[in-house]
Design a protein around this ligand. Structure first.
Ligand code: FUB
Length: 465
């Protein structure tokens, strides 16, 4: 047995898994052994801890299956060790399901408090509970014996999930949480298990949806959060916006988008400085077999502007574009016709389908139209495009592979075929690559002609320069 195998065997005996380092410059998921989601980050000494949810939905599942939370540790923010499930629904005698997005904060007593949303079995749906442990790895036990926040808390959120807890330099502790556009905040006692004063509704947090993450840098308070407005994400998806304030309870001023839509519908930030480098920790659906309910935590470097605003994070984890970035991600899609129950935005979410029937990330489809329809990308400024990749949708019902297709562009006065295009492929279960002489255009169109008796659909349409 090699030294590496012996080490792996010894760690396995301890319930630990040694994970391979990500390739330099690329952020692989922190693990592909399990699906993880909803990261929270904490630095203790020279170690970065990530506290994550654990997606256990089966392939093709359409709901969250989440029963416990894992802790991952790293000393280089590249290679992470899964320290196992350190907290579970069963730690809360009053809860029964839905181990959703939590966060760990060190208390004034030096112990570690893990705030988590759970289905509390009582009135309403989600509550926020808190567990405590003597070290960042626990062991953790229920610190309160009941919910800290529930639907019966005056002025609680429409969905009491996604707590973020922040301790200011003066020792005051604040908790923000919420979903369904209902952000809430409250002060916590130093004991971390009870609230002080009333729950407030912070102002200025533009387009808040869920998943807040609070931190402070250079005397400025930052609140990053998931938003799902059409200004930043396709229908059903989310981006990460952020706001700043000079007071921990606001008012907040919206500053923009720091992370674009990812390949999963949900999006969840944790922003932290570790060994002099800032990181955006988030999740997506990029791991093999991944999806909206089989997500994977990953991280990318985050950079600051001199004025204290954050640069948009460059996502380096996801379906590898075959050279150059996928221009579809920054395009606005349109079409001659989409069936009301389908999702045009799905064609540009960066997902890699498992096969042509895999509409787990949504699909464009034009049932029950037949003949020629089109989909189009439009950009605010002209792009140089020389290749597209098309993954056709075939639902084995009314939507079938097309008879033919053609790539066209707007030449300033009309839509014309892109020059010198290679075959516009109509194969199933793969990206059909069409190359052509580069065009500089604000509008690129895919004209699709159906087979007789069928409509057509597209799972993903990529464009590259
Ligand atoms: O993982 C379950 C829920 O989905 C989280 O609480 C939200 O933030 C979203 O990621």
């Amino acid at each position: 047995m090699s030294r590496k195998s012996r080490l792996a065997a010894a760690l396995a005996a301890l319930g630990l898994v040694l994970l391979p380092a990500a390739p330099a410059g690329a952020a692989a998921p922190i693990t592909t052994a399990i699906y993880t989601a909803d990261p929270a980050a904490l630095v203790v000494g020279d170690t970065l801890y990530l506290y994550t949810g654990h997606d256990e939905a089966p392939a093709g599942g359409t709901n969250f299956v989440m029963r416990d939370w894992h802790v991952f540790s790293s000393t280089d923010a590249v290679s992470f060790t899964d320290q196992g499930a350190r907290l579970s629904i069963s730690n809360f005698s009053w809860a029964g399901a839905d181990a959703w997005a939590g966060e760990v904060e060190r208390g004034a007593d030096g112990r570690y408090y893990w705030f988590v949303p759970v289905n509390g079995n009582g009135a309403g749906w989600m509550d926020i509970g808190v567990a405590v442990g003597n070290s960042p790895l626990g062991p953790f036990t229920d610190a309160k014996g009941g919910p800290l926040i529930s639907d019966s808390t005056p002025n609680s959120s429409p969905l009491n999930i996604d707590p973020t807890v922040f301790t200011d330099d003066d020792g005051q502790v604040y908790m923000y949480w919420g979903s369904y556009y209902g952000l809430r905040a409250v002060r916590l006692n130093a004991n971390m298990t009870s609230t002080v004063g009333s729950v407030v509704t912070p102002t200025g947090v533009t387009n808040f949806w869920e998943a807040p993450w609070m931190f402070k840098r250079n005397g400025v308070y930052y609140l990053a959060y998931a938003a799902n407005d059409s200004g930043c994400s396709a229908p059903g998806y989310a981006c990460i916006r952020y706001a700043t304030a000079s007071n921990p309870l606001g008012p907040w001023t919206h500053r923009g988008v720091v992370l674009d839509q990812v390949s999963s519908t949900t999006n969840h930030p944790a922003i932290i400085e570790f060994k002099g480098q800032w990181y955006m920790v988030y999740h997506n659906a990029a791991a093999p077999g991944g999806g909206n309910f089989r997500r994977s935590v990953t991280l990318d470097k985050l950079y600051w502007n001199a004025d204290g605003t954050m640069q948009k994070v460059v996502q380096t984890s996801g379906p590898p574009p075959t050279g150059g970035g996928n221009l579809a991600l920054s395009a606005t899609p349109s079409t001659s016709y989409v069936s009301p129950w389908e999702t045009l935005g799905a064609i540009k979410d960066g997902f890699t389908p498992a096969n042509s029937a895999d509409h787990s990330h949504g699909a464009y489809g034009n049932w029950n139209h037949q003949g020629t329809e089109w989909i189009e990308y439009q950009w605010p400024t002209a792009q140089t495009v020389r290749r597209v990749e098309t993954y056709w949708f075939d639902d084995n019902l009314g939507i079938d592979l097309p008879a033919s297709c053609q790539v066209q562009y707007w030449n300033g006065s009309a839509y014309v075929a892109v020059p010198g295009q290679s075959a516009c492929g109509v194969a199933a279960n793969t990206f059909n690559v069409t190359t052509f002489t580069a065009v500089n255009t604000t509008r690129l169109r895919l004209s699709i002609t159906s087979r007789s008796g069928y409509s057509t659909g597209v799972l993903e349409w990529r464009a590259f320069s």
